[in-house]
Design a protein around this ligand. Structure first.
Ligand code: CAA
Length: 293
């Protein structure tokens, strides 16, 4: 038996949260988007509107469908605004303290029967669930970036996640038109366990002077048929997120092969976090991206 989901709350209007709201609204769910300020929510809705417009111009969506989907997204400027949701998906910064604080604010106001999910890309679902009042109705639903384009969603159950929660989440994700892969609750699950050490190795390759930014990205694009080079992809994911995933792998698996490259740490310390801040391994402030090393 699966529970019925009609209304979906999304916490975090950044690139992942806005992507999740986008696909949920297109699938017909009523969506409420929460962030710390009305401005951030507005910016998230503007991103969704723009990305849906791209889908209209490439013939993937009718303008009428876009308008209907946009009308299904409402802002929630307080946690209380999410009280009657059937499912709330947290897509805030990849920082355990931030996520814990969010669950501590959300759970007391949320319908006790509602499911809570996290889009964490690496943190233990069991540990996050244990901080809430409903570990049995808590699950990891991990989307890939850009959410409207990427076909995969990882589903991750914590130790206490009930079968009913898992099946309800599976039905929801399938209704979004995504393919599910089930991962066990170990650091960084499947995609990031494999992808992030590859990106970290690309940064070591740069750090050790084996190749330039352009050489490394061209090598992997044309030599391994990756749609983006690893450094371009790191900028796309966000270097802060890349670093925190490597730290979770390093701490969680206690293996030195996961040590974050010092150059990645340096970029994050500089606040050069990739596309979202205008600079990372490339500088995005001009017309075309230019390597920063
Ligand atoms: N919303 C809607 N549509 C979008 C979009 C968005 N945010 N971003 C791109 N698109 C669409 C474009 O409009 C375009 O559509 P058409 O083909 O219909 O014209 C299509 O996607 C391709 O986009 P572009 O032509 O702009 O560029 P591209 O061909 O280089 O593709 C890309 C862009 C899909 C991002 C591609 O480069 C790619 O697949 N990159 C790798 C992405 C990846 O690896 N993601 C996983 C990151 S890891 C992760 O997410 C997990 C984590 O926890 C960190």
């Amino acid at each position: 038996m699966t529970g019925k989901i009609d209304k979906v709350g999304v916490i975090g209007a950044g690139q992942m949260g806005s992507g999740i709201a986008h696909v949920a609204a297109l699938a017909g769910y009523g969506v409420k988007l929460y962030d710390l300020s009305a401005e951030r929510i507005e910016a998230g809705i503007a991103t969704i509107s723009g990305n849906m417009a791209r889908q209209v111009s490439s013939g993937k969506l009718e303008e009428k469908v876009r308008q209907e989907a946009l009308a299904r997204i409402a802002p929630a400027t307080t946690m209380e605004g999410l009280a009657d949701m059937d499912l709330v998906i947290e897509a805030a910064t990849e920082d355990e303290t931030v996520k814990r604080k969010i669950f501590a604010q959300l759970c007391p106001v949320l319908n006790p029967e509602a499911l809570v999910a996290t889009n964490t890309s690496s943190i233990s679902i069991t540990r996050l669930a244990a901080q809430t009042d409903r570990p049995e109705r808590f699950i990891g639903i991990h989307f890939m970036n850009p959410v409207p384009v990427m076909k995969l969603v990882e589903l991750v159950r914590g130790i206490a996640t009930e079968d009913n929660t898992f099946e309800t989440a599976r039905t929801f994700v399938e209704a979004l038109g995504k393919t599910i892969t089930v991962a066990e609750d170990f650091p960084a699950f499947i995609v990031n366990r494999i992808l992030l050490p590859m990106i970290n190795e690309a940064i070591y390759t740069l750090y050790e002077g084996v190749g330039t930014v352009e050489a490394i990205d061209t090598a992997m694009k044309l030599g391994a048929n990756h749609p983006m080079g690893p450094l371009q992809l790191a900028d796309f994911i966000g270097l802060d997120t890349c670093l925190s995933i490597m730290q979770v792998l390093h701490e969680g698996l206690a293996d030195s092969k996961y040590r974050p490259c010092p150059l990645l740490v340096k970029y994050v310390e500089a606040g050069w976090l990739g596309r979202k801040t205008g600079r990372g391994f490339y500088d995005y402030r001009g017309e075309n991206p230019v390597p920063t090393r």
